[in-house]
Design a protein around this ligand. Structure first.
Ligand SMILES: [Zn+2]
Length: 47
């Protein structure tokens, strides 16, 4: 299952990414958003 997460990016940016529950562990999460069926933007999971 994937959700949109606002994460801490480079140079004080805060991108919102669709991430699966495995890949989100690699990010510093600022806020957690809605569940999504978008592919994971890191590993491409799309089940
Ligand atoms: Zn992933």
């Amino acid at each position: 299952m994937r959700k949109h997460y606002t994460v801490e990016g480079n140079n004080h940016t805060y991108p919102t990414l669709a991430l699966c529950d495995r890949c989100v562990k690699d990010y510093v999460v600022i806020s957690e958003g809605e569940r999504t069926y978008d592919d994971c933007e890191k590993c491409g999971e799309d089940d």
